[in-house]
Write a protein that binds this ligand. Structure first.
Ligand code: NCD
Length: 464
């Protein structure tokens, strides 16, 4: 029997879409104020002094994967705010090595600290942590799912360089499939109305579920498909984000003269790929000499491991170290809002971007199908007793799909079985109007044979 998760006590930041546009603006305003209040006369991006605003608070870092920037800038941010920090940075020296689940760890650490920043190799781990934690969880990167606070640093940097991001063409290069930074970043770009120019390494295109959300939830439209697999994307209303093919961009560029405003480079996420020796493009000063990049700020979440040549570091367009420096003021601002340090707090805001609230299907892990993403936290043996089969039932137009509540991957082929009627049907359309309550009557299976094996018989829903 799955353990019962406590009711959510507070705001957690698992996805960039857990923050409303207003929240993001507030974070940027406070970060800017900290930069002005605690300046370093020699280094304009650096916070130099500390305050005692957070003297009653403790931040816990719970890191199950390597980190330099995220953990240290969070810890620096908390120390600059006058708070304290406790750290578990190595899963081999924490109770995880003894087999303790994340769900138990956060319930324990929740009594030792006031906010937890967590990093984990599994997609959806931060959402699971948020289900069980009595205190706010901040996602410091979960598998290849999302890394929302990196996106805050990225967008803050871009805004300082380009002011308004509407219709700006932002190229995203490299491992678009495995990079969690990219996934949070593209949602934010689409929300801000930027035009996204994907330049994936071969075979490393945006995952299908991210691509689908960009089109269907964020109203991005695609340009013509290009021959090199790069796309160019633009939002619809009131300024449509577009995904256009690189050759389309060339066409556009020749027509309008509009250049690429920023290039966001990522490393090959080799820890997320079985095949470690894949060919990977390198971006260097020569590549960026082309006229279409002449005004492009070059960003990188870092670390880089050869894909962005050091020959470019002295170029005025290279902003990646500045971007990394903003990790401190941005995370100071985020912590400040989460803990209500400046008299402002997230709790007073109607947070979250999600316009559509989809009903939730929720069944025990032993019943029906699991998420199809093998790296989802639901497949982690240690978390087995704590996770459930939880999917948002997403209806768009005529199609109904299941979006895993943890990792947000989509399942679009499944069968619906009626617990009472003992029939199953491949017609997912019958779920289109089902409420969360009504969904309790159903069990989902991956295919007919799974439904048959579990004692259901094929039947048309109309005849049920
Ligand atoms: C990124 C991450 O961990 O996802 N690093 C970071 O937090 N700045 C990017 C990466 O590891 O490639």
């Amino acid at each position: 029997m799955a353990a019962k998760a406590p009711a959510p006590a507070t705001r957690h930041i698992v996805s960039i879409n857990d923050l409303s546009d207003h929240d993001i603006e507030s974070i940027f305003e406070i970060a800017q104020a900290y930069l002005e209040r605690f300046p370093d006369p020699n280094f304009p991006y650096r916070i130099r002094r500390s305050t005692n605003l957070a003297s009653d608070f403790i931040l816990a870092s719970l890191f199950y994967e390597p980190s330099t920037r995220t953990r240290l800038s969070f810890e620096s941010a908390m120390l600059r705010l006058g708070g304290d920090v406790i750290t578990s940075a190595d899963p081999l020296t924490s109770s995880a090595a003894k087999g303790e689940s994340l769900a138990d760890s956060v319930r324990v650490v929740g009594n030792y600290a006031d906010v937890i920043v967590i990093r984990h190799p599994r997609d959806g781990a931060a959402r699971l942590a948020a289900e069980y934690s009595p205190i706010p969880i901040i996602n410091g990167g979960d598998g290849s799912h999302e890394h929302p606070t990196q996106t805050l640093c990225d967008i803050f940097t871009l805004k300082r360089k380009k002011k308004n991001l509407k219709r700006l063409k932002v190229a995203i290069a490299g491992d678009l499939k495995g990079s969690r930074t990219i996934h949070s970043f593209v949602y934010a770009l689409a929300r801000l109305g930027a035009h996204i120019v994907p330049m994936p390494a071969p075979g490393m295109e945006l995952p299908a579920h991210v691509d689908r959300r960009l089109r269907e939830e964020f109203h991005c439209t695609f340009g013509r498909q290009g021959s090199i697999g790069a796309l160019y994307m633009t939002p619809e209303e009131p300024h449509q984000p577009a995904l256009f093919a690189e050759p389309d961009f060339e066409f556009e560029y020749k027509r309008s003269g509009e250049k690429i405003a920023a290039v966001y480079v990522t490393r090959f996420q080799k820890e997320r790929w079985a095949e470690k020796d894949q060919s990977y493009p390198k971006i260097d000063a020569k590549f960026l000499r082309e006229s279409k990049y002449s005004q492009a700020s070059v960003l990188h979440p870092l670390p880089r491991v050869g894909e962005l040549d050091v020959s470019f570091d002295s170029d005025a367009r290279a902003v990646y170290f500045e971007q990394a420096a903003y990790g401190v003021p941005i995370r100071m601002a985020l912590i400040s809002l989460m803990l209500g340090l400046e008299g402002k707090s997230f709790e007073t805001f109607q947070g979250g971007f999600q316009k559509a609230r989809w009903p939730l299907y929720d069944q025990p892990l032993g019943l029906g199908m699991r998420c199809c993403n093998p790296n989802c936290i639901v497949h982690d043996a240690m978390e087995g007793p704590y996770v459930r089969n939880k999917f948002h039932v997403v209806s768009i137009g005529d199609s109904v799909m299941l979006r895993c509540m943890y990792c947000e991957n989509d399942v679009d082929r499944f069968v619906v079985a009626s617990k009472k009627g003992k029939w199953y049907s491949a017609d997912a359309g019958l779920l289109a109007k089902a409420s969360t309550q009504k969904l309790k009557d159903f069990v989902f299976y991956q295919n007919d044979s799974d439904a048959l094996d579990n004692g259901y018989h094929s039947r048309k829903p109309a005849a049920a």
